[in-house]
Design a protein around this ligand. Sequence first.
Ligand code: CA
Length: 297
Amino acid sequence: MVIAHRGASGYLPEHTLAAKAMAYAMKPNFLEQDLVLSKDNIPIVIHDVHLETVTDVAQQFPDRKREDNRFYVIDFTYEELLQLNVTERFDAETGKAIFKDRFPLRKSHFKLHSLQDEIEMIQGLNKSTGNNIGIYPEIKDPEFHNKEGKDISVIVLKILADYGYKTKKDNCILQCFDAKELKRIRIELKSELFLVQLIEFEEDEKNLKEYATYADGLGPWYQGLLKGKDEHGNWQTTNLVKEAHDLGLMVHAYTFRADDLGEFSSFDELLDVGFNTLELDGVFTDFPDKAVSFLEN
Ligand code: CA
């Protein structure tokens, strides 16, 4: 399956409704939402707990930064956040774009939005097009939210349930890097949603059995699954995907980017290694159109 990573983020500023509408039209299986709470407890669709690398917060609210010189989503009300202009991701020090060939910086008109706004757009498009595309929300940094006195998981689960996402049949996958929190979502908060445990580092492999006690899937970094090529030029892999499959876990790896190929000669070659060599069940990609057409072909 294909998961539109932050929307069609290879083409439009990540996590904007425009990037989500474009991604929707490319017919991936899921659209991804990273979630961070506002001061007034509205889940905002944004990748970082900080604002200054995708918005003009430093210009509009220069005196609202913390001692570490960063601007936090959680320090702003939803109404204040709606005043910000969103742009392609940039380096806050140099002001330069992270991906130089993507949508130009500070052009057109993009805004932040809530989880509810995005669900309503996707459900609306499901109605108007007759498609059934799912949502793939990520609870960002629950420990940070907790230190700020907020329980992001409880708030997000309530909204998901209100919009009909309650069980594994409801076309919603919930993801989180924090294993303690994802386990809490299953055990203590009694969620029946399809849960994906995101992992970053290779040493996490030995925790697979524990993950399988509460999660339905695993979300590893694909580059951590590759061990270079052998003398015949074939990619060698870790056993993680096989071990996960043996435990009944699906594997959706991140992040497949056509403009960040590393050692691969083309995006199709990278996708071929992902789906056919690694035998992934799904990929998170900034270029959902390319992954969808790869699978169709
Ligand atoms: Ca994410």
